[in-house]
Design a protein around this ligand. Structure first.
Ligand SMILES: Nc1ncnc2c1ncn2[C@@H]1O[C@H](COP(=O)(O)OP(=O)(O)OP(=O)(O)O)[C@@H](O)[C@H]1O
Ligand SMILES: [Mg+2]
Length: 161
């Protein structure tokens, strides 16, 4: 039940952001920062999250809110946000894939508790991949390396519409 409520709350925060722009757009930078505010102080966020403003459609905004919520919840249960020594770095930028602008979002955890190698498997991971494929029309790679979990999410953005 708590997990379900957490997901609804993540969506509710994204809805709030959308309402502020008359349901026109959400911004990736703000979504990442609001997600991380549950785990970091205000003045720490810019050290953890780094990337340019990136306008998203409402659909992309809601999808990403869920994805970021799953990643952050996992980091706080098993990964870098579960210990004092762990570090998290979230960065994003724009790149071209087949001549079309895409966003590449990278989530890197390190120095957390020891991690079992491989790909994470569970409902949260499945949700991330499905939302990425169906809501963002992009892809998500999740990898559990010895130093921590990394996720790379790539999806197309439309510009100048
Ligand atoms: N950031 C992380 N660091 C270390 N291990 C992780 C991390 N994220 C996920 N894992 C591992 O991968 C498994 C699968 O994660 P996933 O989110 O799919 O399921 P869950 O968290 O166990 O359940 P749910 O997400 O449905 O609450 C976890 O149980 C954990 O062992
Ligand atoms: Mg999970």
């Amino acid at each position: 039940r708590d997990r379900f409520i957490g997901r609804i709350q993540a969506l509710a925060r994204a809805h709030d952001q959308l309402l502020e722009t008359d349901w026109q757009s959400a911004d990736l930078a703000i979504l990442v920062k609001t997600t991380l505010l549950a785990y970091y102080r205000d003045d720490e966020i810019d050290r953890v999250a780094d990337g340019p403003p990136m306008p998203l459609t409402p659909r992309q905004g809601l999808g990403l809110a869920l994805i970021l919520h799953e990643l952050a919840t996992n980091a706080s249960k098993y990964g870098a946000l579960s210990t004092d020594d762990g570090t998290l770095r979230v960065t994003w930028d724009e790149m071209q894939v087949d001549g079309r602008p895409h966003v590449r979002l990278s989530w890197r955890e390190s120095d957390g508790p020891p991690v079992t190698d491989g790909a994470p498997k569970g409902f949260g991971t499945k949700l991330i991949k499905r939302v990425c494929a169906y809501e963002l029309e992009g892809s998500a790679e999740l990898d559990l390396a010895p130093e921590g979990l990394t996720a790379e999410i790539v999806f197309p953005i439309s510009k100048g519409e």
